[in-house]
Design a protein around this ligand. Structure first.
Ligand code: PNS
Length: 172
């Protein structure tokens, strides 16, 4: 009997850093696809808060526990997402849509990716309602200005933010 072809999805982003909103999307994607590859973009030219390797390690740390399972893996990439999707034989590119304001850029990107890699269809998912307002930019802004982000990001990211901002000094 022929074995069923696996449905693979690639979920690309800068993930600077990964938030609970991203994790909500990854979990949802695992319900729809056999395997989800989270692709951390090098984002050359963008002045990122965490460097490429840090963003990859933070994502790996965030998805290593249940419910993400062994069907989620994390890779770093540079160059075109369409090339990566083809190389991975992905049938879908996952992107998150939170608000109407996301739509224009996402629509442009989806159509360009369709032109570059016709075999991978962009699939938009919405995060859980609690994370609709959340973005990496907002999280960084709150953290940098001394606000509490414990409930907005996974534990390893909270620790990394504290460390980078010099706030992990133990009281003597
Ligand atoms: O989290 P972001 O910053 O919104 O993610 C954007 C990302 C990394 C998905 C996008 O910039 C991208 O795909 N970059 C790779 C280069 C590429 O393929 N550019 C053409 C996209 S149409």
């Amino acid at each position: 009997m022929a074995t069923k072809k696996k449905n693979l999805a690639v979920y690309p982003g800068s993930f600077d850093p990964v938030t609970n909103g991203h994790l909500s999307l990854i979990e949802r994607a695992t319900h729809l696809f056999d395997e989800v590859t989270v692709a951390v973009s090098m984002s050359a030219g963008k002045n990122t808060f965490f460097d490429f390797e840090e963003r990859i390690q933070l994502m790996k740390g965030a998805v290593e526990k249940k419910p993400y399972s062994d069907r989620v893996r994390v890779v770093g990439f540079e160059g075109l997402l369409a090339d990566l999707a083809r190389q991975l034989k992905a049938t879908a590119i996952i992107r998150g849509l939170r608000a109407v304001s996301d739509f224009e850029y996402e629509f442009q990107m989806a159509l360009m990716n369709r032109k570059l890699a016709r075999e991978a269809e962009t699939v938009f998912l919405m995060p859980a309602l609690s994370w609709v307002y959340l973005s990496s930019t907002i999280v960084k802004d709150v953290a940098i200005n001394g606000g509490e982000v414990t409930d907005l990001v996974p534990n390893n990211v909270k620790k990394a933010l504290d460390k980078k901002l010099g706030r992990n000094k133990k009281k003597k």
